[in-house]
Write a protein that binds this ligand. Sequence first.
Ligand code: 5GP
Length: 190
Amino acid sequence: MKLLKEKVMNEGIVLGEQVLKVDSFLNHQMDPMLMSEIGSEFVRRFAGEEITKILTIESSGIAPAIMTALELRVPMIFARKNKSLTLREDIFVEKVYSFTKRETNEITVSKKFLGANDRVLIIDDFLANGEAAFGLARIAEQAGASVVGIGIVIEKSFQPGAKLLQEAGYRVDSLVRIASLDNGTVTFVE
Ligand code: 5GP
């Protein structure tokens, strides 16, 4: 996606060789026009698939996920990272190791919002080791729902997440794919 590539090139800040900071348009300040384009692009890429729910994880997945859901006219659910006060019987729970925070969180979704008839598109901002996406897929599967695919805004292809998810049988579609962050420079997969 050309517009997104340009944003990453012009505004992305490389932190070490593993982390890209994009807090001017995705992770802190958000660019609503770009988010809207991102939603449309996911809808184009998953055209022809029946999708009943969009599933993401708080907080940075919410913007691209809601834009996709808006265009598809379906609900969007974000998994919560904090322990909710809800009774444990009422929620699906999975453990997810956070790449950026280096800690394991429990993510939860209320059983009210996902069921066996749902066809779920998972959306997230970044894909690194695949922990968040696998956790979301396991939640959908706990509900008996089908995972139609996984849409990622920025895939770091030098980390194993995309390959592991594809090997597990999931369709992964990423809007931009980064081959390396070496020497403080973003290099895209051709
Ligand atoms: P994974 O679960 O695939 O290992 O990592 C994906 C999650 O970690 C995303 O939800 C995202 O919030 C965060 N993340 C991973 N890598 C990066 C990165 O380079 N930059 C930012 N801003 N977040 C990242």
